[in-house]
Design a protein. Structure first.
Length: 714
């Protein structure tokens, strides 16, 4: 508006000048003094009016900003008051079923996002960069500007932006043609170079997309169902970016960083004796530092608290034998050399950059922890407390589906459903039977995930992880007979209570840590930690479930698939940079926040906004009062943007258990099962359940846990 008003005033000046000043004459010659004075008075009036209008607009903008902040605060207050009201309705005597249903509808169970499993061959990925499409410098600048202004894309570095710009290719649209249809599978993002488009959505006002604007950027993170229809209002030209290409760019960038670091580390005599998993941890903790010719990297007399690995250039090492002597060059270091390893409290030598130098730097204390404290898993003697019959699966060797009777449905999943069943011969022997329909498992990736879930559960033995007893199959379905946890889950507990007391959260967090210690000791990352996947058994102890996203790490101790639940995914998963066990540590911090506060740290139904908030991080966030300072410190320590800086990344779960928030907690009592849970579930007996439906009498075939017969014949 200010720009429009300024242009209007300028045009008035030009028109006045052209109408009253003859060509080649000056203003002082051709205008009488009274007329000139009147004109200047008019100009001053216009300038004054313009200044008033600009100031008015500035005040209006400031007021809008204040009102938006006030609106956000009121929205937050309404959300909290609504939660408190729902808790009061639920706890009130004689609360109606309708009231309970309305309250429960406020919490929606989150479903994990699953993409096709990704297995990268580092050499192939690094040798095959994405295809580059030629474009003018003007087009490059337009694409770069659109990416820079996008809230999500600003978290990419320069190399990633450059590769994404190079990969974009052009398309043209005629007037009236739609490039995106509501309900379509979105796999591409777009930037408008010429023309104008309209984005429309059912029950919402359409909005205009003009040159320089980006849309459908969520498709770069993962395939999704388009929520709008985008139609060209005039003939238009767009730049297209493929989601798969973006993901490969990010994966390639992450692979290049870690493989380059590992190549250098393997050439260092001090480090080549360590196994690869240790070198990967060292690599994660390295920081790259650059020096110019003549810069001191290490200076005599300064504290010696860092270890340096020369990545590029040469470094002169200087030393002097006495205080009166000048420093003498004792050696020249080249790529792969390590210095600063002596660990002197005060440096006795200096290191000087000879030309441009790049070093990989690691804090000495961190280096000691990474290379000397590798026992990540807490020793859990209770994990071995299983009968021999349970270990070899012989207790179920003679059973089939017809041996069980259905008590009730427990829930629906992406590929099937889960039922509570009991043995016909012993009604008190209850299990959870997970049924997977073969017909819905279409792609090899889906089959791979289901088989991976089975094999991971077979390999896990912990009182804090839901047990897989046996598997079955028939012509239509696969079946997993699992331990029954009839106390519900933490999602239900939050729905009933709104938020949990700190002592209760401490207990459930300890149970989860015991489960993660077993997983991480086997190099397995869970990737879907959330309240829905923490079940309570009959006693009230918490057990981890939901292993559909779990992955045993392989090459480079990294996983590359995009999976997990929105709001619980760490930045490295969102950006497809490759993630490790530390992804579970971020999710643990999110879980603690939600249990203590009653709502997620990053709420909302718009995924892109949640992803952007996750990428921004939580360091600057003010936590609500119900969360104590020590709890907030733990959450922020777990949710650092850099995975290598998260608590527990270097020494595993052991470091988290030693945090001051757990001070005084009875770990031994938890492991032995003598600790009293904060909530004792009211578990119904068999007769309290509804009908006792019979499982279909089909020819089922038992598949013992050590048999691969379940894996074939989908």
């Amino acid at each position: 508006m200010i720009q429009t008003l300024t242009l209007w005033v300028s045009s008035v000046f030009l028109k006045l000048g052209s109408s009253i000043i003859p060509e080649g004459k000056s203003l002082s010659v051709c205008l009488p003094c009274p007329y000139y004075s009147g004109l200047m008075g008019t100009l001053r009036d216009l300038q004054f009016a313009l200044q008033l209008k600009i100031e008015e607009l500035r005040q209006r903008d400031a007021l809008i900003d204040e009102l938006e902040l006030e609106l956000d605060a009121k929205d937050d207050l309404i959300r909290r008051l609504q939660g408190e009201l729902d808790r009061m309705r639920l706890s009130a005597p004689g609360a109606s079923a309708d009231g309970q249903q309305r309250a429960s509808s406020l919490r929606v169970r989150r479903k994990a996002l699953l993409t096709e499993p990704v297995t990268l061959e580092p050499k192939l990925v690094l040798q095959n960069p994405p295809i580059s499409h030629s474009k003018s410098q003007e087009s490059q600048r337009l694409i770069e500007s659109a990416l820079a202004e996008n809230e999500f894309m600003k978290y990419l570095d320069r190399d990633q932006i450059r590769c994404l710009v190079d990969s974009a290719y052009p398309i043209t649209l005629k007037q009236g043609v739609s490039v995106v249809q509501e309900g379509d599978n979105g796999t591409q993002a777009y930037i408008v170079e010429e023309g104008k488009l309209e984005a429309s959505r059912a029950s919402q006002r359409p909005h205009i997309i003009e040159p320089g604007m980006m849309f459908e950027e969520l498709a770069l993170i993962h395939n999704h169902t388009c929520s709008t229809t985008v139609t060209a209002l005039v003939n238009s030209r767009l730049w297209v970016m493929e989601g798969q290409v973006f993901q490969r760019i990010m994966q390639r960038n992450g692979l290049a960083a870690i493989t380059q670091s590992l190549h250098i580390l393997r050439s260092v005599a001090l480090l080549c004796v360590f196994p690869e998993d240790v070198l990967v941890k060292v690599s994660d903790s390295l920081e790259e530092s650059h020096y110019s010719d003549g810069d001191y990297i290490i200076q005599n007399g300064n504290p010696g608290d860092k270890l340096y690995i020369l990545s590029q250039g040469q470094v002169k090492v200087l030393e002097k034998h006495s205080a009166g002597e000048e420093s003498m060059i004792v050696s020249v270091l080249t790529r792969g050399d390590c210095f600063g390893e002596r660990g002197d409290d005060v440096r006795s030598m200096s290191a000087l950059a000879s030309g441009d130098v790049t070093c990989l730097v690691i804090d000495r204390e961190v280096f000691k922890k990474v290379t000397g404290g590798l026992d990540d898993a807490r020793k859990n003697p209770s994990n071995k407390a299983r009968s021999k019959a349970d270990e070899d699966g012989s207790a179920f060797g003679e059973t089939s589906l017809s041996s069980f009777q259905v008590l009730c449905n427990l829930g629906e999943g992406q590929y099937g459903h889960t039922q509570l069943v009991h043995l016909k011969s012993d009604s008190n022997c209850k299990f959870a039977l997970k049924t997977i329909r073969k017909q819905v498992i279409q792609s090899p990736g889906q089959r791979e995930r289901i088989l991976a879930e089975k094999h991971i559960l077979m390999d896990l033995q912990s009182l804090f992880i839901v047990r897989l007893h046996c598997t079955y199959k028939d012509a239509q379905c696969l079946y997993m007979l699992m331990e029954a946890c009839e106390g519900g889950d933490l999602w239900n507990l939050l729905r009933e209570r709104g938020s949990l007391e700190e002592d209760a959260v401490c207990f459930y967090a300890a149970c989860v840590l015991e489960a993660l210690s077993v997983l991480h000791a086997k190099d397995i990352v869970h990737r879907d930690l959330k309240p829905e996947n923490v079940l309570l058994d009959q006693r009230g102890y918490a057990k981890l479930t939901g292993f559909g996203c779990a992955k045993k790490l392989g090459s480079l101790h990294r996983a590359w698939s995009f999976c997990g639940s929105v709001g619980y995914q760490p930045p490295e998963v969102i950006l497809h940079q490759g993630h490790s066990l530390s992804a579970d540590l971020w999710a643990l911090g999110m879980l603690l926040y939600e249990l203590l506060n009653g709502s997620p740290l990053f709420p909302g139904s718009e995924r892109l906004k949640v992803y952007t908030a996750s990428l921004k991080g939580i360091d600057e966030l003010e936590f609500p009062k119900p969360i104590s300072r020590t709890a907030a410190h733990l959450i922020k320590s777990l949710c650092r943007l850099n995975p290598s800086e998260r608590l527990g990344q270097r020494n595993g779960v052991k470091d988290i258990c030693k945090h001051m928030w757990f001070e005084g907690f009875d770990w031994e009592g938890l492991q032995k099962g003598t600790l009293t849970p904060p909530v004792i579930p009211n578990v119904p007996c068999v007769s309290d359940h509804g009908g006792s439906e019979l499982l279909p009498e089909t020819h089922t075939e038992a598949a013992p846990l050590d048999d691969s017969g379940w894996d074939v014949d989908f």
